[in-house]
Design a protein around this ligand. Sequence first.
Ligand code: HAM
Length: 420
Amino acid sequence: MIYKAVRGTKDILPDETGKWQYVIKSAREIFDKYGYSEIITPIFESTELFTRGIGETTDIVTKEMYTFIDKKGRSLTLRPEGTSGVIRAYLENGLYNKPSPVKLYYIGPMFRYERPQSGRYREHWQIGVEAIGSDNPALDAEVINCIIDLLKRLGVGGLATQLNSIGCLECRKKYIVALKGFLEGKIDGLCEVCKERIEKNPLRILDCKEESCKSIFKDKKAPKILEFLCEQCKVHFDLVKEYLKLLQIKYEINPYLVRGFDYYTKTVFEIVSDRLGAQNAIVGGGRYNNLVEELGGKLTPAVGFAMGIERLLLSLDTLGINIPYDKKVDVFIAYLGDEALKKSLEISLILREAGYKVLTIFENKSLKSQLKIADQYNADKVIIIGDNELKQKTVILRNMKDGTQRNVEFPNLLKEIKNI
Ligand code: HAM
């Protein structure tokens, strides 16, 4: 029997890991420019961290967590997202003693028991940042700028950045009253889940993907949270927009954008692609000024985002963008016979020390098949060693670009390779 990967998980095969690494490398470079340092937190945490952090009534906490009891009876959960763990680490390790904002980034797998479909998996990878310790709207704009920069670096321009403010708890209280008022008489039209959400988590109804619920909001007559912002939240949002303009970042206001976590306050945003179908958000983020306090620290404002690597790569595919990662082999060594194999090992060592990517095979194959393999690896240069070459203490050096080849003596090999 051949085992299969568990439903909702997938292998990232060698053909794809090059792209994957390129995305990660680019992210590290951009985040470094913005002053973020990497943090690595555990893949599992106590379940309570997520129920407190993300919110007890959210879909993630009620339906999507991989929770298990360990051998000592503790309830643990595979992290469904990165922000809660980063804030736990920030508090536990006294990172608040560093100058604010403390800028952290992370890269790693997240786990959600969702219904798998294109762009939605039960294990997915996120690249995210958290900037902790400032409520300045310029930081919101800088955080958005940072991810736009990364997308530009990857060759993706022109994705839509959707922006909204969901205000503070006070703004939201008033808004929820208005939203419930609007929904009066329409409750029968809501899906079963949203009927329950009315009391527990009414904002999420705005974001339900069921046609029945979507149709209630499609004429955009529902009250907009932006109209319920208190003076402070309104000024904050106006400044975020002003700074984004200053940074020449295009955005669309989506007054019905709410996100699936209770920790958000004020700014929320998503970067979406219209070519991805239902799972169209590549990046999601926002400000969460109450989370640090919720998790036991002092009231500390923060803002961040996360991008899903799988969804990013899917969208690059749909946009026909090729990531310029290098799979090329510099030198392929083809050899005939055991003595020539020994020589090829010696030469490999010297060339690798000099920084070349060198490949050889470990089976007896004809020269013709070895050259075919060299072609498959896109090798720039091929070294050929047979009996004659061994006797003459030379190798044949072939330039695969123009097909020319010549005999080179062992001591001159490195120099000649450099010259090609
Ligand atoms: P999120 O929107 O839940 O936000 O996830 C961020 C990104 O992860 C999404 O935009 C999407 O690209 C990817 N993603 C989420 N779920 C899946 C899935 N099941 N399969 C594939 N990709 C997925 C957060 O997690 C917040 N912690 C972001 C944040 C950081 N907010 C502030 N700081």
